[in-house]
Design a binder for this molecule. Structure first.
Ligand code: UD1
Length: 415
């Protein structure tokens, strides 16, 4: 088994560049097959889910030309099959975007039920409700979501719960429906806006993305485009938390500071200094952190995907902090790991969604391992180093190579 042996306890000083947003990129890759012309997508993050989705898109016949680790050209004119199913696609969440994309373009889709991180029941009833409202018949059989329509009609859809996935999926299908679709109580996350911008650059007619009412007028055809994915707010926020935990002075570059406002606000409450520039944020921390309260909420609230990282820093803050998870019912599973490292945690609340202090989420293996290593391991374990298993070697290794100094880690890989 591969392992990194990371020696922590050093402050972080330096600069780090942030890559493209995984969750925006996944939806954009799926939407790229909706035209028969060639689409070029830049600033892709080089992570497993992206590669699995590209593989699935290639398997149904689309041309996928990987120019380099961060750029791909896709041509959907060669698609022969609307059935997407393999062992790997079943493990990722974003496979559901292929339902909206294929249904919109071909009026038919058969896609494996989504997998993804084990953070709750994660239903897709709202996606299905949206497709049905547009006139599609949707069934679930043999582990596949089977959706079919003679034609898709624009309609009025109210989402009972704010859902990023349902908003984007419905937006994709509605882009090629007949007439106007209105999505109410839509998600406002930056990646919803990014996918809308991408679709509009292909000739779609979407207005209001970023607000809670999105209006889409369907078009018959979409066309080629070149598009660069927005920066990943979660990756950026994770480095900010790393600097907060270890202490130091870090410039996080290539970000959209507005997307980081909730994260920034909480770090300031916890005693850090954060400076905002046009496309960078600088975080300065003396490593002495105050307790605070955090509740995860849909954007512009505090992101659930930053909850474990926030909990990590609150675990070393003075006093008692609380973290309330309001999006997913099962997102404190990582606590056992942190408790093993000595964190003092207690989960309470009617739905077990209130955490007094800390944590490591499987979804964030890479970033949390780094975070943990940045802290003084002796404080947690009484040992001077922590051994962590590297599940994401391709991602972790370049980051460690580039940031050894910055992260204050020493990485040895033994296979
Ligand atoms: C996406 C992100 C994930 C992030 C989450 C919230 C991807 C691939 N994943 O997940 O990283 O944590 O947004 O920002 O982009 N819900 C329903 N019915 C549905 C859909 C959702 O009840 O049909 C519920 C969910 O169980 C959850 C809430 O709505 O409680 C929000 O989920 P949603 O925003 O859809 O998350 P995902 O798209 O799964």
């Amino acid at each position: 088994m591969e392992q990194y042996v990371i020696k922590g306890g050093n402050p972080l000083n330096g600069e780090v560049e942030i890559g493209g947003a995984k969750n925006a990129a996944l939806a954009i890759l799926a939407a790229a097959i909706m035209t028969d012309e060639t689409v070029t997508i830049e600033n892709l993050p080089n992570v497993r889910d992206i590669n699995v989705l590209l593989q699935a898109i290639a398997e149904i016949g689309a041309m996928v030309d990987r120019i380099d680790a961060h750029t791909v050209k896709i041509n959907g004119s060669f698609i022969k099959d609307v059935t997407v199913d393999n062992e790997f696609i079943r493990r990722i969440r974003a496979s559901y975007y292929l339902i909206g994309a294929l249904l919109g373009k071909y009026k038919k889709a058969e896609v494996a039920l989504p997998g993804g991180c084990d953070i709750g029941s994660r239903p897709i009833d709202l996606h299905i409700k949206g497709f049905r409202a547009m006139g599609a018949e949707v069934d679930i059989a043999h582990g596949l979501v089977i959706a079919e329509a003679e034609k898709l009609n624009g309609t009025h859809i109210y989402l009972d719960k704010v859902s990023v996935g349902a908003t984007i999926n419905i937006m994709m299908a509605a882009s090629m429906a007949e007439g106007k679709t209105v999505i109410e109580n839509a998600a406002k996350e930056p990646h919803v806006v990014d996918v809308a911008n991408f679709l509009n650059s292909m000739g779609a007619n979407i207005r209001g993305a970023g607000t809670d009412v999105i209006r889409i007028v369907g078009v018959e055809k979409l066309h080629k485009t070149e598009y660069s994915v927005i920066p990943d707010q979660i990756e950026a926020g994770t480095f900010m938390f790393a600097a907060a935990a270890a202490g130091g002075d870090v410039l996080v570059k290539d970000v959209i500071p507005k997307h980081l406002e909730a994260t920034t606000a909480k770090l300031v409450e916890a005693g850090c200094k954060v400076e905002e520039f046009d496309d960078a944020v600088r975080i300065i921390s003396d490593g002495k952190l105050h307790h605070t309260q955090v509740t995860t909420l849909p954007y512009p609230g505090f992101p659930t995907d930053m909850q474990p990282q926030m909990a990590v820093i609150l675990g070393i803050a003075e006093g008692t902090s609380t973290v309330t998870e309001s999006i997913f019912e099962n997102r404190f599973k990582y606590l056992d790991e942190l408790a093993r490292m000595g964190a003092n945690v207690k989960v309470e609340g009617k739905d077990n969604n209130l955490l007094e202090l800390i944590a490591a989420d499987p979804a964030f293996n890479m970033t949390l391992e780094q975070l943990e290593a940045c802290m003084d391991p002796a404080r947690y374990t009484g040992r001077s180093e922590i051994q962590v298993t590297a599940f994401l070697k391709d991602v972790v290794q370049p980051i460690l190579d580039a940031n050894k100094e910055l992260l204050g880690v020493k990485a040895d890989i033994s296979v």
